[in-house]
Design a protein around this ligand. Structure first.
Ligand code: FMN
Length: 193
């Protein structure tokens, strides 16, 4: 499958980047065609400007400034997100990607107030997430990033597509062993993606 891997971590030497590298490498090893999208490295601009907002509903003009990203999304048959959790959401870089690229005419059609998802060609979705919080703290906070992946994004891709949410919680108390074990889990999951 052609897999779009979205990644947002500013530091090359971070654990998050190691997870991204492992994800891409293991997917490739399994024979997938990987489109690695490291948003910081690509200098993606996540800010939805006044101009962007004013033409937000005007397809295809709304895609003018993000055309290559729209093309990559349209070519994707599967999607993997590799990101840390910041303020119980996606980092602004990744949030901005969704705001600016998953546009009317791209991820959905809006006709007479009726919304139709248009990313049904995406047949599989996975997320590789890291949290500072424990699973209990994340649960008590409502775990918004988990809901975004397993409910919001799931609803926009192929109906019934498999969705997997892999998370290393409690990074505030992680050890070399917990990091290695999660990296190994990501490797295994991506090799049989
Ligand atoms: C700006 C910022 C906000 C954060 N907010 C949260 C949060 O709301 N919940 C949480 O569980 N962890 C939070 N964290 C912790 C990160 O999730 C954690 O540092 C990261 O997953 C560790 O991965 P890394 O070493 O690859 O950066 C935050 C970290 C930063 C830098």
């Amino acid at each position: 499958m052609r897999v779009l891997v979205l990644h947002s971590h500013p530091l090359d030497e971070s654990y998050g980047r190691a997870l991204y590298r492992q994800t891409c490498e293991s997917l490739e090893k399994a024979g997938h065609e990987v489109d690695g999208c490291n948003l910081y490295a690509e200098g993606f601009d996540p800010v939805l400007s006044a101009r962007d907002r004013s033409i937000y509903h005007t397809y295809p003009d709304n895609t003018d400034l993000v055309k290559p990203y729209v093309e990559r999304l349209r070519q994707a048959e599967a999607l993997v997100i590799v990101t840390p959790v910041w303020n119980f959401g996606f980092p602004a870089m990744l949030k901005g990607y969704f705001d600016r690229v998953w546009l009317p005419g791209v991820s959905f059609r809006l006709e007479d107030g009726r919304l139709t998802p248009t990313l049904r060609h995406i047949r599989k979705l996975s997320a590789v997430m890291t949290y500072g919080a424990t699973p209990m703290r994340a649960f008590l906070a409502g775990n918004p990033p988990k809901k975004i992946v397993t409910r919001v994004l799931r609803a926009q891709i192929k109906l019934g597509a498999p969705v997997k949410y892999l998370a290393h919680y409690d990074m505030n108390n992680c050890t070399e062993q917990t990091r290695a074990a999660f990296l190994e889990r990501v490797k295994t999951e991506m090799e049989r993606f």
